[in-house]
Design a protein around this ligand. Sequence first.
Ligand code: BJW
Length: 247
Amino acid sequence: MSDDKLEVLADRLRRASRVTILTGAGVSAASGVPTFRGNGGLWRDFRAEDLATPEAFGRNPALVWEWYAWRRALVASCRPNPAHEVIAQWSREFDRCTVITQNVDDLHLRAGTSHLIRVHGSLWDLSCWGKCGAEPWRDETVPLAAMPPACPSCGGLARPAVVWFGESLPGPALDAALEACSCDAFLTVGTSALVYPAAGLVHEARRRGAFTAEINLEPTPASGGVDLACLGPADQLLPNIARRLTS
Ligand code: BJW
């Protein structure tokens, strides 16, 4: 990664009044959380697309819960890495900085990020599969007391309160994410840019006049459409940019 690109990005961030950062699984990779696609993206022989759907849960809730229980245990043993820490610092120190994450691991929250929008929910929230009307509830116990867990209100089957393929993103989160596309600089970090509508946000930001940049280990479908694509690990490039901002 050339120093010039990082300097250009640092300069854009320095001059921006409003910054928006979109994150994906690559931001948590250095914490030991597996990404969805690419090396290590499989759980047993299943891809995310095989398990993260209402149809998969309806067919075999025990299997899908096993996947989530495994991920909850793994994430519980992980810590935020320097990428989370820099993003958290910027979210607190820049005047107007919004962080939109597709990640459900809550490592941004644990790093102390403010103005955080979680568009795909959280591993640690549960809701009623039968939609009995109970509000989603938080359960951070590892392992879960009962498998599969039950809704405390109606006793029916509970589900992870995350957004599966074919489901709508929570309206307020999506509205806030779209609003945050009206910014001076939009940075997309550690996402394969394959899953919509999140993948469309960077293009929306550019359409509205933002300077757009991507940080990823490899090129993605978004790379050709951003102003600056930086190849490298987020946990190294973000601290490098942060140092330039303070020097
Ligand atoms: C590093 C790194 C390091 C690694 N440093 N980088 C428009 C067009 C086409 C399709 C659609 C569309 N609109 C909607 C759809 C359908 C669908 C969709 O997008 N399908 C595509 C796959 C084609 N979208 C939906 O269904 C969404 N709902 C919706 O739109 O509702 C309305 C509607 C419904 C149906 C039809 C039309 C409209 C919902 C999407 C929900 C996604 N849910 C999941 C699971 C969440 C719960 C859970 O975690 O269990 O969200 S799937 C999974 O993918 C998860 C992630 O948040 C999401 C994105 O993955 P992410 O974060 O990008 O991870 P990876 O693994 O893909 O990439 C990691 C990247 O990091 C890689 O690029 C690495 O190189 C990089 N990397 N180490 C920097 N150290």
